[in-house]
Write a protein that binds this ligand. Sequence first.
Ligand SMILES: C[S@@+](CC[C@H](N)C(=O)[O-])C[C@H]1O[C@@H](n2cnc3c(N)ncnc32)[C@H](O)[C@@H]1O
Length: 412
Amino acid sequence: MQIRSAIPTITVKSMGPPTCWPLSPALLRPPQRLFQRRGFQDNLTKQWFRRSLMVSPAGFIFATCQQGAETALKFEILRESPNLRFAYSRPGFVTFKHADDSPFPDDFQIRSVFARVLGVSLGKSLSANMTERAAGFWRHLEGRTVEGLHVFPRDRSEPGHRGYEPGLTHESMASETILRSAENCPLSLRLDQSQQSVSSLRPPDPVNGPLIADAIIVDSQEWWIGLHRARRPISSWPGGFFPKINLPDRIVSRVFFKMHESLVWAGFPLEPGQTVAEIGCSPGGASQALLAAGLKVVGIDPAEVDPLISENPNFRHIRKRSKDVSRREFNGVDWLTCDINLPPSYTLDTVESVVMHSKVRIRGLILTLKLIDWSLAAEIPAFVERVRRWGYSRIRVRQLHHNRQEVCLVAR
Ligand SMILES: C[S@@+](CC[C@H](N)C(=O)[O-])C[C@H]1O[C@@H](n2cnc3c(N)ncnc32)[C@H](O)[C@@H]1O
């Protein structure tokens, strides 16, 4: 298990007066329903209960998301987990608690389309002085064993607004340096012991991935303290932000990053030489990422494609609308992506007319569903159901770091 061995297990040592909350009987009650639902054994519940007595139990969970997606996120979490209640929110940052105030285990996780990072919330460290804020952060983690640190900001604007792109900032990186230099920072997470902003494209351990301490910069003087277990590639990236990659000399469009992120997240068994059809390929950012992955690309779009792409021998442009393309063109196509600037129902109609054709065998789909109106987020389960009826069984939806007001659906 690569990541676990790279980040040694440590226990956060107490460096000052304990900051435990008063432990009310309600807070000490383990979330029985959660364990029962997941089929946990009774002794595991007891172990968790014993551990939770030593530290402040987490009474809340937090999630970060794109600015503008908060309502969709709240709706989704409360629909999937009716025993939760919304607690507090700022743009790009939302917290929830159990309706009966029972605590969450440190590695509590629920699937979410709109959460970039979701974990338990241990409160906030508030101080005008950065060094004090950092010391306060680590005090909240006393008694817990953490194996990594992620420091990241909440989004400060909607993506694309005045050129804003979500991601790590100079402020978050400077804050990380202060946190890793704090006197009460665990030894193995100190600056000299570990790399800053450890991100990896390698798949972490899907069961036991390392327990990560999250420092969420909600405001410049307000850092929230969270915990999550990094079980998947995205949860091992600070803030859920796609790690920096080696770039070609020129990028055709920012969709290059979106497709690159989609491919990593989808985890499809792509093999060089396979063919992918891309509906809505102009100007060619996504095709550039697909070509870089060693695939042959059939690009379908009535609009022009950048010469950097159209002149690539592995690219073929069919300059038509999808409905005007003969289904024969999809013979021998392995994968299909679609990113057209129209509502999801139109995208799904377009893709359905290809994949349901008797001579076409598409192994997997990567679809961008534009939420032209945020209320369309409520229809995501219906979109998934529709794709399932086409014969795909493994379907996931997520608002990726590089998605705008849209989500990515992958299916195999
Ligand atoms: C968001 S852009 C695609 C960006 C592109 N994937 C890239 O990587 O640069 C949407 C494109 O969808 C195309 N489009 C819209 N309806 C289409 C259809 N029915 N068939 C093919 N292309 C379509 C538009 O011409 C436009 O170029």
